[in-house]
Ligand binder design. Sequence first.
Ligand code: NAD
Length: 510
Amino acid sequence: TITSSIPATAEITEEVRKSLQSIGVDPASLDGTRETRSPITGEVILRTKVHNDEEIETAIAQAAEAFKTWRSVPAPVRGALVKRWGQLLTEHKEDVAALITAEVGKTRSEALGEVQEMIDIADLAVGQSRQLYGKTMPSERPGHRLAETWHPLGVVGIISAFNFPVAVYAWNTALALVAGDTVVWKPADATRLSALAVDTLLARAVSDVGAPEGIHHLLLTDRVGGQKLVEDPRIALVSATGSVRMGQEIAPLIAKRFGRALLELGGNNGAIVAPSADLDLALRGIVFAAAGTAGQRCTSLRRLIVHSSIADTLVSRIVDAYGTLNIGSPTREETLVGPLINAGSFKAQQDALVQAVAEGGEVVYGGNRVLAEDQPEAYYVEPAVVRMPAQTAVVHDETFAPILYVMTYDTLDEAIEIHNSVPQGLSSAIFTQDQTEAERFLSASGSDCGIANVNIGTSGAEIGGAFGGEKETGGGRESGSDSWKAYMRQATNTINFSGELPLAQGVKFL
Ligand code: NAD
């Protein structure tokens, strides 16, 4: 279903201005030349200022200086800052969500979910601030104690992608701040307004709890400015989220200076649907993961590997379900599929569909642009379903738009082989009622991804688990579990209280 009622750009701008004002964003940051467009209409909503090289240098220098103070503040006191930030995010949840909807085109429900994710990670980080545990180990020598200590690391440079403009930044920032690090953030070009908003709320939290001002910096700059974070030896950890291409550009530069890198790159997520699957449940999981956020999640479902005995039935149910999805303005409550971020994404989707057909695929649903007459600058598309004869070249690429490729299998071994034979390794799922199949999928010889799910789709992770993927996805882990360790350095301590000096491994000297 296509809904043509799309708000005028002036209306979107008005709402954006109200949200920025309510949050207290400095009007001077909006007095600039860099255009921010809303994908809802494709037109300019506001302009922001751009930081020059000197301002970038000052930000990094201040973050390095502030680290010297912040690292010695007790971790639970650092936690109090993140707690206050979480409160302010809760107070301004609607305002931040409005900015995400305007800048990224996410439905309001998904935008609110993104802010909730920030609040959740703030809660987790506050608890973590009292649990930065190190182990003690038995020493092989009498009268000795052997232990590990976790210390703050330094300045963390955060580079973020447009599609989760603030949540992934918060995963990094909340943990980095309780770990005793300071942060410098380069958001995606398309999402400077939501970045200004959440950074302003952090500045308020800093002032409310009396933390040092220099511990966080927002850089309104493009990838050339971002490159400075990558190359600067004062940045102890570069945590970067985005495409595999970006990871390939920056990883060698960070490695060259022996900096630490935490990479969260592209996914090409697959789900296996076994003959025993509960198809009603699988259908809902598949449609949310494949068409939700207009296919613009790193965890979006892109490959469906279905047992040949149920493929026709499942595909026809997916096609029916796709036909009921409301496509239109994300500001409307009934909309489930909003716009693509820009013309480039639309072209990528169209090119991939042409390639898929050339490789023997059949587009069984969607792929067409809609609302083009009404909104010539905006790109609304029907999510596409494409049956493929095999996992051809096009299926190996992540196309950041809603295309679901469907392939079939006959044995579970074959399904896992197809599943694992793409270069990316972020998220994966199996729909089955057969416990042995589920366990096999989760085992060492099953899914090779960082996220492997059973009877739930590939997207929509909770913050309590570690998030990230293998292979070209970059290997980083963020958010819950023991991801906090990436933001700290480990020291091993041997303490001798024996009054003698026995050497390890029984070595004799002097
Ligand atoms: P992108 O790679 O175009 O840009 C990501 C960020 O990197 C932006 O801030 C950009 O300005 C910056 N950047 C790009 N090249 C750079 C360079 N050479 N030096 C410094 N900075 C550079 O990605 P995008 O289009 O914004 O986001 C979509 C991509 O992000 C998809 O591939 C998606 O899968 C991925 N993503 C991954 C995760 C994850 O957790 N694994 C989460 C969200 C998005």
